[in-house]
Design a protein around this ligand. Sequence first.
Ligand code: C2E
Ligand code: CA
Ligand code: CA
Length: 470
Amino acid sequence: MAHSNIQQIEWSKTSREMESDVEFAATEAIQHLGRINPISGLWNRRQFIDDFGFGVSENTIDDHYAVVLLTLSSAEHFGSMVRALGHGFSEEVVRLGANRLNAALPHDIRLYHVGLKSFAFVVELKDDTEPPSIIRLLEEAFSRPLMCNGIPVRNQIAVGLNRADAGVFDACEALRGAFVAAEDSRSRCRNWSWYDQTSDQAHFRSFRLLADLGRLMDAPDEIAAAQFSLHYQPKIDLRTGRCCGVEGLTRWAHPNLGSISPVEFIALAEATAVITPLTRWVFRQGVIHRAAWHREGIDARISLNVSPINLAEPDFADFVLETCREQGVGPEMMEIEFTESAQTMDSELTLAQLSRLRDEGVRVAIDDFGSGYSNMLYLRSIPADALKIDKSFILTLDRDEKNRKIVPTIIDLGQTLGFAVVAEGVENEASYNALADWGCDEGQGYFMSKPLAEPVFRDWYNATRCSAVA
Ligand code: C2E
Ligand code: CA
Ligand code: CA
């Protein structure tokens, strides 16, 4: 230990020698401290890597061993604990958790404190039981709450197991794999999981897509335009059968991974700050196209999808209106579609921006109505002009009796509240005719047209402009 080194300094040394001995001892003490977690007093991740790193144990660790990683609680649970009871309390919970875990493990296992609230160790898999016997020990240890300053704290542990490779053992990679497995346990609401390469690869893919997406959004417009494009799906006025607008849908042609669905990349962008530049890119493209169409006499409003996160950006309405002004496009030629969420509806900023956009002439539509949130109370007060019925009701309209009852009711309700009602996912003539009979205002779907690349849409529009589409 560091202090014993200090005591061992010999009196016979010169003062220069003594100085360098003290420096050496102090450096060792600091290095030692750098390997101890100050809350639990356990060795940390650096020490884990040194203990099991390359060359140290490659001969002893093989596939009879597993790295086990245990997280004490979810990030949300831990966050609310810090919010309600403070950092000191949460640190005490971590310290008590470390003690409980250490006491539960066999004496020959060395425990490491590898993250804020996560611990790891290496265990020999002595039998082929499933789950391995160590899991029962851990579950048992945390079946009772931790008593922290008189408050019982229940820990929702998540454990990840990563079987060591038969080849060279890479401590960093083994620990990462165990962490991935623990995260899988958390997302599947299970206590424990083995490392699963498929799920890991899915995470790798998300990470890669996100990194590429971020880089593209920073690149000059022409580079982004080589991979990103807006396709347009016509919306049909069900009274006249004519195209009255289009929905802009983003397409990403990844140079190595091929075509990526917006369902995948929009969700990734929404989980990060990338949704802001992405939506702005989409809007700039859409407004530029709208300006070009005006010059060609194409009279179709463009609807663009916005995420609730965009609506919470204080300058979002300014951005939309400014982009229209720059390109000489009247705001009444633009529409935004957004899905309701508690987050959107409770935010004054969002509601104020929606109202401002509407006041300037932008049409506002509630997307995917009937799925997810769809709170009737909000429907009464929301600043919107149109209601898009979720396509899950429309896709099977020709064969689902219940949907044939629900859809006309939504149309009546929407129109009574003053909304234009739009049905998307119209895939066949029977559904088209039923919607027209029920007085639905607009329809969109593969029966009329799939989403089309911009030049293809212009041709489609020019070919159908003098006649009803369906
Ligand atoms: P959404 O806004 O509900 O868009 C409609 C989706 O339904 C589109 O899928 C469209 O291609 C598909 N669709 C239209 N008609 C039919 C039909 O008759 N049958 C079937 N089976 N499907 C039909 P897509 O293009 O894959 O987009 C999926 C979602 O991705 C969109 O759902 C929207 O939520 C999101 N998205 C697309 N582009 C953007 C964007 O630029 N920004 C944001 N925030 N979201 C976007
Ligand atoms: Ca939409
Ligand atoms: Ca929709």
